[in-house]
Design a protein around this ligand. Structure first.
Ligand code: XBP
Ligand code: MG
Length: 261
């Protein structure tokens, strides 16, 4: 076995986002479930792909509903109640979709998680989504036991871009930020991770491709697979990933993180 270098030893955990990162869940998952909840409640509202993209600036499903109804001028107490009710139903519908296999892992994610586990890198999740659906989804796609820790939207006082979820994750892992880079898909996720001091890899998706990722440590088009390499969109530390996000690249990032602060 190859002896590990000091730089390699610095990567101890990876802090993973769920929505948009491990799974492409927004457009064909949450959006669809929100629309079904509107329909069941006999409401005329429907979120098309573009409208939902605008609303993604608001993190957290209940807050997204509230923002939408606020735009319509609905009184506070009425929209709070409606948003809570619809969000609860949307969550049930999304769990059904997850259990039926309608929400898929992004290509290359399972391979990366396997590789991280084989390398004894700890896996943690820091998400703005509710653990109520996150857990059944992760169970179905990857097996829940892989993840040492899941910090969900209900566990923190503020949602991303606030750094609470990443801070809590680091505290519970009991690791310095340089040992645990984050993987995110959006500017909100990037801001949250960086504000908590974590290095951050961005894997873009159709909703986030045009966002500002100037503060990211690596920006990739996808996770990549040996037979389907992903383009590198930005690589300020010259990590030079081999067409996919792999453990070696994350090790180099952790080493770059500790020297660059
Ligand atoms: C994800 C979210 C979530 C989901 C829906 O943001 O904002 O709200 O859209 O989940 P991130 P809930 O990927 O940055 O964590 O309805 O459970 O909130
Ligand atoms: Mg996300």
């Amino acid at each position: 076995m190859q002896a590990s270098s000091a730089a390699e030893d610095r990567l101890q955990a990876v802090v993973l986002d769920v929505d948009g990162t491990l799974v492409d869940s927004e457009r064909d998952g949450h959006r669809v479930a929100f629309n079904r909840a509107f329909e069941e409640a006999d409401l005329p509202d429907r979120w098309d792909v573009e409208r939902y993209g605008e609303l993604l600036a608001v993190t957290g499903g209940k807050h997204r509903l509230n923002a939408h109804f606020e735009e319509q001028g609905m009184p506070d107490d009425q929209r709070e109640e409606l948003a809570s009710r619809l969000h609860a139903r949307k969550t049930e519908l999304f769990i059904e979709m997850a259990r039926q296999g309608e929400i898929e892992a992004r290509p290359g994610v399972s391979e990366l998680l396997d590789e991280l586990q084989d390398a004894d890198v700890r896996l943690a999740v820091a998400t703005t989504g509710s653990r109520e659906w996150v857990e059944p989804l992760l169970e179905r796609l990857f097996g829940l036991e892989r993840f040492e820790l899941i910090v969900g939207g209900e566990d923190v006082p503020e949602r991303k871009p606030d750094p609470s979820a990443h801070r809590m994750t680091l505290e519970q892992l009991d690791l310095p930020a340089c040992a645990a880079p984050a993987i995110e898909d959006s500017d909100n996720g990037l801001r949250a991770a960086r504000a908590a001091g974590l290095r951050c890899v961005i894997v873009v998706n159709d909703y986030t491709r045009e966002q500002d990722f100037a503060a990211a440590d690596l920006v990739l088009e996808g996770f990549g697979r040996p037979d389907a390499p992903a383009s590198v969109l930005a690589d300020p530390h010259e990590l030079d990933p081999p067409g996919r996000l792999d453990v070696e690249t994350l090790r180099r990032l952790a080493a770059a993180g500790s020297s660059a602060g």
